[in-house]
Design a binder for this molecule. Structure first.
Ligand SMILES: Nc1ncnc2c1ncn2[C@@H]1O[C@H](COP(=O)(O)OP(=O)(O)O)[C@@H](O)[C@H]1O
Ligand SMILES: [Mg+2]
Length: 280
């Protein structure tokens, strides 16, 4: 057992002694369905399996530390169960809502993640180990959010990252998370929404020097009449060898979405060249 493991074993015992609050927390979480609509298809046993898959022993230990260190107060319930990560509604010690995105430690997931890490000048030493890749991925989303947020873009404010746990501003009203753009049939002021999203792509590239890489109506929340861009973990530096391929893909997805509405769209190619011109 090396020092790190010893430390882990010791802290685990200490945390377990403190009344099994996490087990209670997780049980409550299973009972309380925050977003009934989105998880209604998952039956009880599957829901438990999802929670257990994400909450491996080390994650439970890490969550325990976050609670012990007053970074979070408690976790209230699940908002989304995804392939790579689950998102939970939690509260900080000032009783303010927070969103926790917890990545699953999964070997297959870590394999494709490597494609988005290799070549990014920000990440020079890429680990082989699955959990370390996942930790790097969570840090990457945190860093991307930070860059975007500093550029005054509409993204959730990043709060904290530790291992596979990312904490960010919660987008929603009370316990109701904001809907995705995809879930809104006829969004009001669609022209404005389009303008905001195109500006986002442009400023993200020119000021934050990033490409989102997974931009679509699935990763945009609609809150207070404003689109908020989320899920920026795949985001790459504009110096990444595939940055321009990802940029074209983002533009295509967004233009495809807006083509359904009766609005005048700019020419996508002109828009693309307008974005990249300052960097050439
Ligand atoms: N900061 C947030 N506030 C509220 N809901 C969020 C937040 N981040 C994510 N969500 C919800 O969780 C879902 C999944 O999050 P996302 O980051 O897109 O992960 P993935 O698509 O990889 O599962 C989103 O569609 C959204 O409904
Ligand atoms: Mg997503």
């Amino acid at each position: 057992m090396n020092f790190d493991e010893e430390d882990f074993e010791y802290e685990k015992k200490e945390i377990n002694k403190e009344s099994g609050f996490l087990e209670k927390n997780i049980d409550n979480m299973i009972k309380k369905k925050i977003d009934n609509k989105r998880i209604k298809n998952i039956d009880k046993t599957k829901k438990r399996a999802v929670i257990e898959a994400v909450f491996d022993e080390r994650t439970i230990w890490e969550l325990g530390r976050l609670i012990k260190n007053d970074i979070i107060h408690h976790i209230e319930g699940i908002i989304s169960a995804g392939k790579e990560a689950n998102v939970y509604l939690g509260y900080d010690c000032d009783e303010k809502e927070i969103a926790l995105k917890i990545y699953k430690i999964d070997n297959n997931i870590s394999k494709w993640m490597r494609n988005y890490i290799i070549g990014d000048p920000r990440f020079k030493n890429i680990p082989n180990n699955t959990s370390k890749i996942i930790y790097l991925w969570a840090t990457k989303e945190y860093k991307n959010l930070k860059r975007a947020y500093k550029s005054d873009l509409k993204v959730p404010k990043p709060i904290y990252v530790k291992k596979n746990i990312l904490i960010m501003e919660y987008i929603g009203i009370g316990p109701n998370p904001a809907p995705r753009l995809k879930d809104i049939k006829n969004p009001p002021n669609i022209g404005n929404i389009m303008e905001n999203i195109l500006q986002f792509i442009k400023i993200l590239y020119q000021k934050a020097n990033l490409v989102h890489g997974d931009l679509s109506e699935f990763n945009i929340l609609f809150h207070n009449q404003t689109p908020i861009m989320i899920d920026i973990s795949q985001g790459v530096s504009i110096h990444h060898p595939k940055a321009e391929i990802f940029l074209v893909r983002d533009i295509k997805n967004i233009f495809n979405y807006f083509e359904k509405f009766e609005i005048v769209l700019p020419d996508p190619e002109t828009f693309y060249y307008e974005i990249i011109k300052t960097q050439k």
